[in-house]
Write a protein that binds this ligand. Structure first.
Ligand code: PMT
Length: 234
């Protein structure tokens, strides 16, 4: 039939780097451009999905034809994601969420002071962990719809990629983890291409060599469709 492979599916994707403010004009962020999340959103859109893209800071505008939700900080992204989780069939977390934020956010621009200034940081909420906890509670209470959303996490690693990815998968109860070795040329932050290894609970599923982020996205949606039971493997 001419039915598109993700027709009728609602997918929630995060993209970009979160911005953690110190004062109204200063902040901490990272090098995420949003390209990986945008590629995932475009591929899902073209496969017929209803796409919600939660965007932090990105280089350039998000794709057309998808629902955009702005979320500047890790805290805002957590709220945006958790609010939409009950309606999602799949969640893909390509955003680079800050692990720390300034523990004090000043209401007005900080004044110049002594020669040295120590900045105190505190942990941000772990969104992927919150999704895992939500799934566990939903299962335990028996109140949630079935099946629960299929969850794909990303992992930006520089060493011990496999061990860290499997550890993240287990701790955060994801269905898949996409590990990018961000120390390799053509992979990770800012690039138009990526090099990733996809892990499931059983270990490495697939190692994707250097290719466009769009091609990586197409392959990931294929794996999601098969593993979520939306289509037969093939
Ligand atoms: O945006 P691009 O320039 O295209 O670059 C793409 C990318 C390198 C940002 C992307 O492919 C990627 O790897 N994203 C995840 C980066 C990251 O934050 O990795 P992590 O290992 O720190 O986090 C693991 C997972 O936990 C991620 O899915 C992240 O969204 C999530 N997380 C992390 C911290 C936190 N407080 N909450 C989270 O949910």
């Amino acid at each position: 039939s001419g039915k598109k492979p993700l027709a009728g599916k609602r997918v929630l994707i995060t993209a970009g780097g979160t911005v953690e403010r110190l004062d109204p004009v200063r902040y901490i962020t990272n090098d995420s451009s949003g390209k990986m999340g945008f590629a995932l959103a475009e591929a899902a859109r073209d496969q017929g999905a209803d796409v919600t893209l939660v965007c932090a800071r990105t280089d350039g505008p998000p794709p057309a034809g998808v629902r955009i939700v702005k979320a500047e900080s890790a805290e805002e992204m957590r709220a945006a994601v958790l609010a939409r989780l009950p309606e999602a069939d799949a969640v893909v977390k390509a955003a680079a969420v800050a692990d720390y934020r300034p523990s004090v956010r000043h209401g007005s621009k900080m004044k110049k002071g002594p020669d040295r200034l120590t900045l105190e940081l505190e942990r941000t909420p772990d969104i992927l962990q919150a999704i895992g906890d939500w799934k566990r509670e939903a299962e335990a209470s028996g109140a949630a719809r079935s099946p629960l959303p299929f969850v794909v996490g990303f992992a930006a690693e520089t060493d011990d990629v496999e061990r860290n990815a499997l550890d993240k998968l287990a701790r955060k109860r994801c269905d898949l983890i996409v590990a990018n070795d961000v120390s390799r040329e053509g992979a990770g932050f800012g690039a138009d291409t990526n090099i990733v290894s996809v892990y499931g609970a059983e270990g490495l599923i697939e190692a994707l060599p250097l290719q466009s982020k769009r091609a990586v996205a197409e392959r990931l949606w294929k794996l999601v469709r098969e593993r979520a039971g939306w289509e037969e493997p093939g």
